[in-house]
Design a protein around this ligand. Structure first.
Ligand SMILES: *Cc1c(COP(=O)(O)O)cnc(C)c1O
Length: 409
């Protein structure tokens, strides 16, 4: 151990507080201190390398420090790092808003920037609710959400989430939420709930934090029909599924669905900078024009130029590297390679989003994986594999070998 390494470890143990972490356990062992990334790999201060098998908690798309994104950030930093989006525009944010709306021409025509997945959801909830207040439906104050859903950790987003261990203590202190388990449950909702609901929110195609559980095929399209029929806004949380993770640019494209609000974050910048966007329709936008109807929401770093430059570079890579073309093949290869292994109870996969249930403890399994040079995190007894979309076959082989060797023990 070098003296410097000691310094970082001791500074962390003395002063840092990590997310979703039992600090008592954390303090009981020496943390891995990451210092560098290249492609699908992360390197720690001791020079050990690890395959980033969960894309740094579901954010990375094209690999770490991709030269195209790095140079876009460098160029942007030299020109402008940040200027307020309040009362001012900036060139990169203008371009990015146009580019994102361009995926849903004529329907999602407005883009509201924020910083994280949670804030992208907060924006959608607040927009939906405020729109009702000032557009003739003040009685519509509820949000319908799904059981075991995850929509972020800020107070409002957490109150809509349905993962009990995450919302214990403050799940009650937020929005007015009606929870349903399946599409069928919607049919038995009391009329009063349907008539007073402003929006329904869902993670389309797959619920990530709910151990990578896929919705039945066709469900999203049916939900779109139901929400339109009942005049309820459809909010899609594509914070995890967006930007190619499921094989299409956005998961909603699998069922030809366009929502009223589309929430994007994690992969928006290719996993390089915190940036989020909430896309919405012209109809919602128009309902905020005029005196007393302003949407009072924003953050200091809204429309951050560095983040927008990174996002534009990431989106350009989808074209120049044809990123989406290989996602399904790689995902299928991964699934097929794990398919017959003993000790795996079930595999759930879409695109390059894969979760497999094991008999033992997910935490221990991922600890063993780390010893083999693979980083990921479990969700209960589900091991998540969600590598950068740019992962190559050799790296997939490394990942499969690591998993196999642990299962065989
Ligand atoms: C990660 C995630 C969020 C929250 O995003 P943050 O950037 O962590 O705030 C919300 N919804 C889904 C589906 C997510 O996966």
């Amino acid at each position: 151990m070098t003296a410097q390494d000691d310094k970082w470890v001791s500074a962390d143990l003395a002063h840092s507080w990590h997310p979703f972490t039992d600090q008592e356990l954390w303090e009981g062992e020496e943390p891995v201190v990451i210092q560098r990334g290249k492609g699908a790999w992360l390197f720690d201060t001791k020079g050990r390398r690890y395959l980033d098998a969960n894309s740094s908690i579901w954010t990375n798309i094209h690999g770490h420090s991709h030269p195209t994104i790095v140079s876009a950030i460098q160029k942007q930093a030299a020109a402008l790092c940040h200027s307020s989006y309040l009362g001012l525009a900036n060139d990169k944010a203008s371009e990015l808003a146009q580019k994102l709306c361009g995926f849903f021409p004529g329907i999602l025509t407005r883009c509201f920037f924020s910083d994280d997945g949670s804030t992208a959801l907060e924006v959608a909830f607040k927009m939906s609710l405020q729109w009702r207040q000032q557009n003739g439906h003040p009685e519509r104050t509820g949000i319908i959400a799904f059981e075991n859903a995850y929509h972020g950790d800020t107070l409002g987003a957490a109150s809509v989430g349905g993962v009990s261990r995450f919302i214990k203590g403050y799940g009650e202190s937020g929005l007015q939420v009606y929870r349903v388990g399946t599409l069928a449950d919607l049919q038995s909702l009391p009329e009063v709930v349907i008539e007073t609901a402003s929006a329904i929110v869902i993670e389309p195609i797959v619920q990530g934090v709910n151990q990578m559980r896929l919705w039945p095929i066709g469900m999203l399209a049916e939900l779109r029909t139901w929400s339109s029929q009942n005049d309820i806004h459809l909010i899609l949380d594509e914070v995890m599924t967006g930007f190619g993770r499921t094989g299409t640019m956005f998961a909603c494209q699998k069922e030809d669905v366009t929502p009223d609000f589309l929430c994007l974050a994690k992969g928006l910048t290719g996993g390089t900078m915190p940036l989020a966007a909430t896309l919405t329709t012209g109809g919602i936008y128009e309902g905020f024009k005029g005196p007393g109807r302003t949407f009072y929401y924003g953050h200091s770093y809204t429309g951050n130029a560095l983040g927008c430059a990174a996002a534009l570079a990431s989106l350009s890579l989808f074209e120049t590297e044809n990123t989406l073309a290989e996602v399904e093949r790689k995902g299928h290869f991964l699934e097929a390679s794990l398919g017959n292994l003993p000790g795996i109870l079930e595999i759930r996969r879409v695109g390059l989003v894969l979760g497999f249930d094991i008999e033992g403890c997910g935490q221990t399994f991922c600890r063993d994986l780390r010893e083999k040079g693979v980083l990921t995190r479990p969700i209960l007894n589900t091991v998540v594999l969600m590598p950068p979309l740019s992962i190559n076959d050799e790296e997939l082989g490394f990942l499969i070998n690591a998993v196999t060797s642990i299962l065989k023990r």
